[in-house]
Design a protein around this ligand. Structure first.
Ligand code: F6R
Length: 362
């Protein structure tokens, strides 16, 4: 049942504010402060945290790496499951590994879990399906509470994964004495504002549609971002490839001049994700390098960011939010630009060619 939406993907994107609100409730965030953080894990003695997943779930892990390092000061490794299990990852009795999967059945992620189980301190599953293999086999399972996701492209489960990982990073910060009760409360208060901001970001449909109609006329699109916006750019490019079949790539904005800048000309649209945070000036100077070579810019920022910069041909204005929660808000344009570009191209949004919802083979 698409509840009046044209596609399951549209319905699932629209559900995000309600799901995030409910998930905050399930994890006891509104009232219980620190005591509402996920139980059953203690990061105090961890020598490192390893986050393993595939596809979109991997990009959620990539965001989480920044959170864990910044908030909990713990060494973090991220890897895609199909690489992790064929490397010789260094594991110790103090390592905590987190496996993130919507389905809980992804073959490589499950095999990676089996690969480390018994050799490290603890395995944690962050999954949507609580009865799945990954949930059952991990020492601790933390559900997303996102409800069934029908569209092949992950949307609501991405933001729900971000939420559980954000709570885990706060737990790690508290366990390791890096986050006191007051600072933890401030982060939790910020998380409670996420559903409202995501709703505001969703409420820009005409803006997304008109920019998507331009992107749909191109064969390549580049996404740029720094810091937390780097994994968001990667996720935006993945969604774009997956459902619009347009080639898209993401780069850390600072990496542009190490090669990909050679691609820039007037025919290449470059989507820049740049909230007005500490890295804003750096990202904008990379954007100006693109403009100097006639690249077509779509700048996604907040009001202050857009006021401070001129010259972007197209813009999307998002609410200004604390940097910690910006990944939730910028997930919306990442999803919406892909969705509307796919509509403009007439592709099968919910069932993109060659893809399956759950990848149970290697
Ligand atoms: C992209 C997408 C895939 C999945 C990946 C992992 O929109 O849906 O990249 O994220 O196949 O699947 P799960 O999360 O079920 O392990």
């Amino acid at each position: 049942d698409k509840s009046g939406h044209r596609h399951f993907m549209a319905k699932e994107m629209a559900e995000q504010p309600a799901i995030l609100k409910a998930a905050l409730g399930f994890y006891g965030v509104p009232n219980s402060g620190i005591s509402g953080l996920p139980e059953g894990v203690d990061f105090a003695q961890a020598d490192r945290v390893i986050l393993v997943a595939c596809g979109t779930a991997h990009y959620a892990c990539h965001v989480a790496k920044y959170w864990f390092e910044q908030i909990a000061h713990v060494p973090v490794e991220i890897d895609i499951a199909s690489e992790f299990r064929y490397r010789a990852p260094v594991l110790t009795a103090k390592t905590i590994a987190i496996f993130v999967s919507q389905s809980g059945e992804t073959a490589d992620t499950l095999a990676a879990l089996r690969h480390v189980k018994g050799k490290i301190a603890q395995t944690i599953a962050v999954v949507n399906i609580p009865t799945s293999s990954i949930a059952r086999e991990a020492d601790l399972a933390l559900p997303l509470h996102a409800g069934p996701e029908i569209s092949v492209a992950s949307t609501k489960t991405f933001t729900a994964q971000l939420l559980v990982l954000a709570l885990l990073s706060l737990k790690a910060g508290v366990d390791r004495g890096r986050l006191d009760a007051k600072a933890c409360d401030q982060h939790l208060e910020a998380l409670q504002t996420v559903p409202g901001y995501v709703a505001q970001a969703l409420d820009r449909e005409d803006n997304y549609r008109s920019i998507a109609e331009i992107l749909a006329k191109h064969d390549d699109v580049l996404f740029l971002g720094r810091g937390l916006m780097y994994p968001l750019s990667l996720e935006a490019a993945l969604k774009f490839k997956e459902i619009s079949y347009i080639h898209a790539e993401a780069y850390a904005a600072g990496e542009l001049k190490h090669g990909p800048i050679a691609l820039i000309d007037k025919n290449l649209p470059v989507v820049v994700m740049a909230p007005r945070d500490d890295l804003f000036g750096k990202t904008i100077s990379n954007m100006q390098e693109v403009m100097a070579r006639s690249g077509k810019i779509v700048l996604i920022s907040d009001k202050a960011g857009l006021n401070a910069t001129g010259g972007a041909e197209y813009t999307i204005t998002l609410p200004a939010v604390p940097s910690f929660i910006s990944p939730f808000v910028y997930s919306v344009p990442a999803q919406m630009l892909a969705y509307h570009t796919a509509l403009a191209r007439g592709t099968d949004v919910d069932q993109p060619r060659n893809l399956a919802k759950s990848v149970t083979v290697e």
